[in-house]
Design a protein around this ligand. Structure first.
Ligand code: PMV
Length: 360
């Protein structure tokens, strides 16, 4: 597939007005995307667990209009008008207009809500952009005279979501999604996310992710600024190579169910992401003291109990605690007794892996 394959032929069906509602989850990367080329193409392949409960629901209502030389839309979060969201959506519409030529023919009302609080420090861009992209694909499917297959629908929704926010392209399906060309993974592409196509051991089924909210404030470094810091970064090329190797290693681990090896890759990836930010110019420390407290507690607990618990991080201070389903009871006790104290206002979110976007 190339970009051109996502430019539609003419639409023949006519629709005056209507609406579509989709929900789409967040995702958590095991091998991280950090650093991008032009047009939101990642410098290296990444792989993530799709989440289940952290999600955005978006209703896209549309009505035909006369004036077609600009985009026309309004945005609501939890029923409240959000004009400050408009520039991001305007940029998204501009980027995808060539792939969705009907965008200026309609007025859109975008009503969105998240299952997680907006100020939780959990980025809503992955779930939000994938939900919006799915709604737009539903409209394209209705307008299109030629049949749009489910495969094309998902690929193009992922392709569009990527143009909104890179990692959003990994939220359409589950439970494991790869984005970025990797030589050992058939069908992997720089343009969109694809469901991991190989055997996965039952150890990794229904994996749990408890998100510890250490810092619920605004991100200290936006991901756009963060990705840019990889341009000219002295260790960037080695890092991009390492991501390819880590995915190759992870493929074996996923097949064999090797939880100890899984932990090593996942924790190393999280720390490498942060190391990249500490060694860029300008440099940033995105962890907080409580992030480190939690990491040390997790290591001590693992040492003491032989648990397969581990952590990963996004570009911020919150900690994703990952563990197999069969450890739920003990690990939840441990989290409540020993880790919650390090969360801002004691807040955390219990999630697990899920299967992607859904039409409601
Ligand atoms: O999708 P973006 O541009 O917000 O980048 C997200 C990058 C990380 O969350 C730090 C890593 C990843 O692969 O999701």
């Amino acid at each position: 597939m190339t970009e051109k394959d996502f430019i539609p032929k003419t639409y023949n069906n006519f629709i005056e007005s209507g609406s579509f509602t989709w929900s789409s989850p967040s995702n958590i990367a095991l091998v991280k995307y950090w650093g991008k080329k032009e047009n939101q193409i990642s410098e290296n392949p990444s792989i993530s667990f799709t989440l289940n409960d952290c999600k955005t629901t978006t209703k896209l209502s549309f009505s035909k209009r006369e004036n077609t030389d600009s985009f026309s839309f309004e945005v609501f979060l939890d029923e409240e008008k959000k004009d400050d969201f408009k520039p991001k959506i305007e940029t998204f519409f501009k980027r995808v207009e060539v792939y969705l030529p009907f965008l200026k023919d309609y007025h859109f009302k975008i009503e969105t809500s998240n299952t997680f609080p907006h100020s939780s420090g959990i980025a809503s861009s992955a779930s939000g952009m994938s939900a919006l992209a799915s709604c737009l694909m539903s409209l394209e499917r209705s307008l299109s005279e030629v049949e749009i297959t489910d495969k094309y629908f998902t690929q193009k929704a992922s392709f569009l979501a990527r143009l909104g926010s890179g990692s959003a392209c990994r939220s359409l399906e589950g439970d494991l999604v790869v984005w970025g060309k990797h030589k050992e993974i058939d069908g992997s592409s720089d343009l969109f996310g694809t469901k991991y196509p190989y055997e996965v051991h039952t150890n990794f089924k229904n994996y749990q992710d408890t998100i510890l909210l250490v810092d619920k404030g605004e991100k200290q470094v936006s991901s756009t600024v963060g990705h840019n810091l990889m341009h000219g970064h002295p260790f960037a090329n080695e890092r991009f190579k390492q991501a390819h190797q880590n995915i190759s290693s992870l493929m074996k681990i996923l097949k064999l169910g090797d939880l100890d090896a899984f932990i090593k890759i996942v924790e190393s990836e999280a720390l490498t992401l942060h190391a990249m930010m500490m060694t860029s110019m300008p440099y940033f420390i995105l962890m907080k003291p409580n992030t480190l407290e939690i990491i040390n507690k997790i290591w001590a607990y693992r040492e003491k109990t032989d648990s397969k618990i581990c952590f990963t991080l996004d570009a911020g201070a919150n900690v994703h605690v990952l563990y197999p389903e069969n450890e739920c009871e003990q690990v939840c006790e441990f989290i409540k007794n020993e880790l919650v104290a390090y969360c801002q206002n004691g807040h955390y979110i219990s999630d697990r892996i899920g299967f992607g976007a859904k039409l409601l």
